[in-house]
Design a protein around this ligand. Structure first.
Ligand SMILES: [Mg+2]
Length: 259
């Protein structure tokens, strides 16, 4: 068994180390992760700069790029065989609702899925990040990894797992919830008197809907959401058919032309 671990918090993160510790009995565990924190980098891929990969200790690689770079480089180059599973995490902080689109943790699992390798993303919700919470989350990751390896995942699907920062009560199969963002941009002055701005400082809330990832974690459960990469809104497609777009002639005349 070959398992690839990665994350977006960087190679030295406690979550990654807790995960690696728990999974030793599965077989060969190879870690390929960004050499520094790359949280909120999303699915970014480095195309216009070289990547460096340093094997810090055996099967433990620090990559100069993003989580997506790390997975792509590992599966396409560093590993001589395809891994049986990719696990991304354990992220310092939940990845639920609309936040998924920003998440480097989730994007790494996404990249593995694109490359045909089963993947799960694991995040520790909350803000305390105590050693025991990472240890619990790592045990849950191990249990769910074993289940995925036993059953296999549906095509083009990966799992997004969020663990509460207290002893979990059980597992809930969930759908992606909805964030309520309060976009607060904080403006301040640097010592030279120039303005600088800080994003993401507003209160983060979510719609309290039963069956969602947020709801499960808030009530003390491990949230397991199956995700896929098809972003098509099929219900909207039905509505858009009424616009008759495909029957509309194209208007390619320059605006304001006299003809
Ligand atoms: Mg992170």
């Amino acid at each position: 068994m070959l398992i690839l671990l990665t994350n977006d918090d960087g190679i030295h993160s406690a979550g990654l180390q807790a995960l690696a510790g728990q999974l030793q009995s599965f077989g060969r565990i190879v870690t390929v992760a960004p050499d520094r924190e790359r949280s909120a980098i999303g699915h970014a891929l480095t195309l216009h700069a070289p990547l460096r990969a340093e094997e810090i200790t055996k099967d433990h690689w620090a990559v100069s790029g993003t989580p997506t770079d790390a997975v792509s480089l590992a599966i396409g180059g560093l590993l001589k065989e395809k891994p049986d599973l990719v696990i991304s995490g354990i992220n310092k902080g939940g990845n639920m609702g609309d936040d998924l689109t920003y998440s480097g943790t989730v994007a790494a699992a996404m990249e593995a899925t694109l490359m045909g390798v089963p993947a799960i993303a694991v995040s520790l919700a909350g803000q305390s990040f105590k050693f025991d919470d990472f240890a619990n989350a790592a045990k849950i990751a191990k249990q769910l990894a074993a289940t995925v390896l036993e059953h296999g995942l549906p095509a083009d699907t990966f799992l997004n797992i969020n663990v509460p920062d207290r002893k979990p009560l059980g597992i809930r199969l969930t759908r992606q919830g909805k964030r309520i963002y309060e976009d607060v941009v904080v403006e301040n002055r640097d010592p030279r008197g120039r303005s600088y701005y800080w994003l993401g400082t507003g209160n983060l809330d979510f719609q309290n809907l039963e069956g969602t990832d947020f709801h499960a974690v808030q009530h003390g459960y491990v949230s397991v959401t199956p995700l896929h990469l098809d972003l098509t809104n099929y219900a909207a497609m039905e509505r858009l058919r009424q616009w008759q777009l495909e029957a509309s002639p194209l208007d390619l005349d320059d605006a304001g032309s006299s003809s």
